[in-house]
Write a protein that binds this ligand. Structure first.
Ligand SMILES: Cc1cc2nc3c(=O)[nH]c(=O)nc-3n(C[C@H](O)[C@H](O)[C@H](O)COP(=O)(O)OP(=O)(O)OC[C@H]3O[C@@H](n4cnc5c(N)ncnc54)[C@H](O)[C@@H]3O)c2cc1C
Length: 415
């Protein structure tokens, strides 16, 4: 077998592109293999095609947003964090804008600008790109990478292989992701994949009937054993349940708890997040005195859209109740319902509705200083295939770029 390449990279999403750039920059003969007809991975659809590639959060908060394993990316961010990324984009004449003081986008609002800022210079420096080509198997010998086998049987030799195949979320219909199969071939443990950045599929028919309604802000609270989190943001009612930032950003934890400890999982939502339980009590008391003849659902539309107010009253068994008819012993339970409306998950979101995959290559078996496998010499991982997923807001693309850059740059201990 001829040693054709020093480095072969599987997948041309943000992780693979950054890996390709730093690999050729380090002078290594590099092949980037992409099974789709065009390079870019999920970049073209990210941020509705506008690509929210990073955010302004300080590094500690950025990492904490990925949960308790966030510090895994310390070295990747040190080498190619937000500042280095912004510098790189500016050098490549890609101006950036910040939306809502938080989210970075290319000023052109074109995801292709982010792709080209890595791909063009990599090609100029000798990167070889093969699209429409799938890596089917790894070629392993004595615990080290020897090369890869393409679908169709062609063998390619390499010293170093970087797996940047992304996850199983939102794949085009009829396609399957085999990145995890390659991980299994290498003998790595996989945290079972689950949907992340996904809508919440709810059992409550009443809420589903509000499909199309949206709220600028709501807070979803989740408790499951010693896990607790709050997710604040926009909320969108759908035919299946809830979407919008507040729902998407807690879906990862919600679905993992739903899979592992459904009996302990409690999810509630406050549809008017600036109102506390006492505020709701005071509000109910006030309408009892000031608007006694009004139906509760009409009075509550001062706080919520009319249809939601009606649904909340129905859930409290108060559909046709006037303000003056609200009994003393009903006031507090109803205020509790308003401040913490219970949500009942019906099922896992299908992967094709999720924007990201949680789970993937076990972090314990990957060296965070290089992204190299601790089990197979010459094998590296980057991006979403790793068991580290952030919320919406530029977290996942920044992590893919940072981890990809580090994986491409790191020397191979098998050399
Ligand atoms: C609709 C949508 C919107 C999003 N918006 C944002 C956003 O605005 N900001 C943000 O930070 N994140 C966003 N994300 C998430 C983000 O896009 C991903 O986390 C990120 O693209 C992961 O990068 P990656 O390089 O690891 O994988 P991917 O981008 O998934 O790329 C993997 C590539 O590997 C290729 N591949 C897989 N297996 C093989 C194989 N065996 N052989 C050859 N090629 C292979 C695939 O075809 C694919 O091109 C969004 C995701 C979706 C779906």
């Amino acid at each position: 077998m001829i040693k054709n390449y020093h480095t072969i990279i599987c997948g041309s999403g943000p992780a693979g592109l950054a890996a390709a750039f730093s690999s050729v920059h380090a002078g290594r003969r590099t092949l980037l293999v992409e099974k789709a007809p065009f390079p870019g991975g999920k970049l073209p659809v990210s941020g509705s095609g506008k690509c929210n590639f990073s955010n302004t959060l300080p590094e500690e908060l950025f990492m904490a947003s990925f949960g308790r394993n966030g510090r895994f990316m310390t070295e990747a961010l040190r080498l190619f964090g937000r500042e280095q990324l912004l510098e790189h984009l500016s050098r490549r004449k890609v101006p950036q804008i910040i939306v809502d003081d938080l989210y970075y986008f290319p000023a052109s609002l074109k995801a292709s600008d982010i792709r080209d800022a890595f791909l063009t210079p990599a090609l100029e420096q000798g990167l070889i790109l093969k699209t429409g080509t799938e890596i089917a198997h790894l070629d392993l010998e004595n615990g080290r990478i020897r090369g890869v086998v393409l679908t169709g049987g062609t063998r390619l030799a390499c010293e170093k292989f970087i797996l940047c195949s992304g996850g199983t979320a939102m794949l085009p219909r009829g396609t399957a992701a085999n990145g995890l199969a390659l991980v299994r071939e290498a003998g790595h443990k996989i945290t079972p994949p689950l949907p992340a950045m996904a809508p919440l599929f709810l059992a409550q028919e009443g809420l589903k009937q509000l499909a199309g309604l949206s709220l600028p802000e709501a807070v979803i609270s989740l408790v499951c054993g010693n896990i607790s989190l709050q997710s604040r943001g926009t909320l969108l009612f759908t035919h299946d349940g809830l979407s919008g930032m507040a729902a998407l950003n807690c879906s990862d934890t919600a679905y993992r708890c739903f899979e592992n400890k459904p009996e302990k999982l409690k999810i509630t939502v406050n549809f008017a997040p600036d109102m506390t339980f006492s505020d709701y009590c005071a509000f109910l008391e006030q309408i009892r005195k000031q608007e006694p003849e009004k139906l509760l659902k009409t009075a509550l539309s001062a706080l919520f859209p009319r249809a939601l107010a009606a649904e909340l009253c129905a859930a409290g068994g108060l559909t046709e109740t006037k303000a003056k008819e609200l009994k003393n012993n009903q006031k507090e339970p109803f205020a509790k319902l308003l401040s913490a409306f219970p949500l009942v998950l019906e099922k896992l979101s299908p992967m094709e509705k999720a924007m990201a995959m949680s789970g993937g290559v076990s972090l314990k078996e990957t060296d965070p200083c290089t992204m190299q496998s601790r089990l197979v010499k010459g094998l590296f991982f980057a991006g979403e295939i790793l068991d580290l997923t952030g919320p919406c807001g530029g977290f996942n693309i920044q992590f893919a770029l940072s981890s990809g850059y580090l994986a491409g740059f790191s020397p191979n201990t098998a050399e």
